[in-house]
Design a protein around this ligand. Sequence first.
Ligand code: AMP
Length: 281
Amino acid sequence: MKVIETVKETKAVIKALKAEGKTVGLVPTMGFLHAGHASLVKESVANNDVTIVSIFVNPTQFGPNEDLEAYPRDFESDKALLTEAGADFIFYPTPKEMYPEGFSTKVALTGLTEALCGLSRPGHFDGVATVVTKLFNIATPDRAYFGSKDYQQLQVIKRMVSDMNMDVEIVGMPIIRESDGLALSSRNVYLGADEREAALSLSRSFGIIQKELENGERDAKVIRQKVIDFIHSHKGTAVDYVELVHPAELYSLESIKGDFVTALAVKVGRARLIDNKYFTI
Ligand code: AMP
């Protein structure tokens, strides 16, 4: 596995591989990798000749009061995980390599980005769409792998690729969880023991929703409030949002008539955690 730090070298290496007819899979990440990331990498390795994983804590997707500086980093352990998962290249640029002096372009979507995390993290998805566009132009992947842990992000990327006729297949992958249900996240490292216990309220709230549906409840407001009350019954939690949304368009539902996604964002201590579940009815 080779580590490449520049855009120029990455482009040259990928161009040469593609000239040999090799297919390329890209897995964009912010590092501090865990089994969730590994599942994406393994899927790419299984379906492409070459897999490139980017590790870049992208400053443009963090708000001024967010955890850009504190975001956990451990390049040596990331390298070990990626070697084990079978990646061929790590693209590991500096912020200056990605955003040199004079950088002036932004990729922004409307609609899908005006819900859920887009409301509580203004500009976040512009940062995501911009960096992912750059990564697609640098690595020219045949396929790119994203986790449905970041459900809104996955929908935003799919829409961007479709809108802009980008020549890449977006592959969405299931959420990898701890055995007790907690969704794996690099930010789980922020959780103390009590907070980790409280963080289980996110995934456990899906059981409450399931029960409500089985009892015939279809009023989204009623279900939402039950979930909020349940989460807030755990010490140290502050709900950012709990929404029942249309699976593709992400607008909030008032009453449930078909499949929907429950998406939540909750502060637990200093960690802002997200989770979601697709419900079929
Ligand atoms: P991040 O490093 O947090 O930006 O995540 C990089 C990619 O890994 C994104 O596509 C995430 O959705 C995905 N990912 C993060 N956590 C998980 C998880 N628990 N299960 C599956 N995919 C994940």
